[in-house]
Design a protein. Structure first.
Length: 273
C-alpha cells in the first residue's frame, strides 16, 4: 500500500498527516485566510518539505468543515471525503488499547463521539471550546492571541476568580472537596488582574468540557475519555483534568499527536475500509 494522506480542513487552518505500513508520517499544520488556500498550501508544503513524490501517494482523504469546498482531485490525485465524527472516532482510537471510549474533540466548540468496539456514533456536543476562549479574551483581555492568554493564565490565581466550596462551607460535601468549584467567576470583582481573569477563562472552558462529557457518559459504562484537538496543548489541561479524574473516578487521555487525530482518522477511514 502507498501512503494515504489525511487532511482536516478547517476555516483557516489545515492539519495534514500521512499513514503508511510503518505508521504515522510527518504531521503538519498550515494557516491561511481561507480553507482552499490553506488546503493547497498545506498539501504543497507537506510533499515538498518531506520529499514525497506524488507517485508514492495512494489516496488523499479529506474531512473537516472546509473540505466541503473541495470536490475535485488534489494535484491530480484521487480524493475522497469522510465524516468528521467518524474521523474523530478512528483517530482517537488508534493505538489507544481501549475497547470503549468517548472522544472529546476540542475545537472552536466541542463534540463528543462514542466508540464502542467497531461502532462509532456522534452523541452530541457543546458550544464551548477554543472559540469561547478567544471571544472572552477579546472582550476581557483585549487580545485573541491564545499563546498570550495561556501564558497570562499560568501566572493567575484561580482562587481569586472562582467561588469554591471552601468559600461557602467549612466541610467537604459528598464527592466534592473543599477546593472544588462552586461557581465559575463567582468571586471575580472589578479589580481582578488580567492574569487571574485569563486563568478563570481557561479553567471555565476546560472544566465545562470535562464535566459535560462526564454527564454524557452517565448512562453508559464508559469511563475513558480521549481528548483531541488544539486545546490539548494547553498546560492547564493536566491539572484540571487530573482533578476531575479523582473526583469522578474516570480517566482522561491525551494521545500523541492529539491535535492531528481528526486528520489521522480521515486517513484511517480509507486504510480500514
Amino acid at each position: 500500500m502507498g501512503m494515504v494522506i489525511g487532511i482536516d480542513v478547517g476555516g483557516s487552518t489545515t492539519k495534514i498527516i500521512g499513514v503508511d505500513k510503518e505508521g504515522i508520517k510527518h504531521p503538519m499544520i498550515v494557516k491561511a485566510e481561507d480553507p482552499i488556500t490553506s488546503l493547497f498550501g498545506a498539501f504543497g508544503k507537506y510533499i515538498y518539505d518531506n520529499g514525497i513524490s506524488l507517485n508514492d501517494i495512494e489516496k488523499v482523504m479529506l474531512t473537516g468543515v472546509g473540505s466541503a469546498y473541495v470536490n475535485q482531485p488534489l494535484y491530480g490525485l484521487p480524493t475522497d471525503h469522510t465524516d468528521e465524527f467518524l474521523a474523530n472516532g478512528l483517530g482517537a482510537h488508534y493505538n489507544s488499547r481501549l475497547q470503549d471510549l468517548i472522544v472529546v474533540s476540542m475545537g472552536t466548540g466541542t463534540s463528543f463521539v462514542k466508540v464502542e468496539g467497531e461502532n462509532i456514533s456522534h452523541i452530541g456536543g457543546i458550544g464551548i471550546g477554543g472559540g469561547t476562549i478567544q471571544g472572552l479574551s477579546r472582550l476581557l483581555l483585549k487580545t485573541q492571541n491564545i499563546h498570550q492568554v495561556v501564558d497570562m493564565a499560568e501566572k493567575g490565581i484561580i482562587e481569586n476568580i472562582d467561588l469554591q466550596i471552601k468559600d461557602i462551607c467549612n466541610t467537604p460535601l459528598p464527592g466534592l472537596p473543599l477546593d472544588a468549584t462552586a461557581s465559575t467567576f463567582g468571586k471575580a470583582n472589578s479589580n481582578a488582574s488580567m492574569e487571574d481573569v485569563a486563568a478563570g477563562i481557561i479553567h471555565m472552558v476546560l472544566q465545562s468540557i470535562g464535566q459535560s462529557v462526564i454527564l454524557a457518559a452517565l448512562n453508559s459504562h464508559i469511563k475513558d475519555f480521549v481528548l483531541i484537538g488544539n486545546l490539548t496543548k494547553m498546560p492547564q489541561c493536566k491539572e484540571i483534568f487530573s482533578v476531575m479524574e479523582e473526583m469522578y473516578q474516570c480517566h482522561f487521555w491525551i494521545p500523541e499527536y492529539a491535535e492531528y487525530r481528526t486528520a489521522l482518522g480521515a486517513a484511517l477511514a480509507y486504510t480500514h475500509k
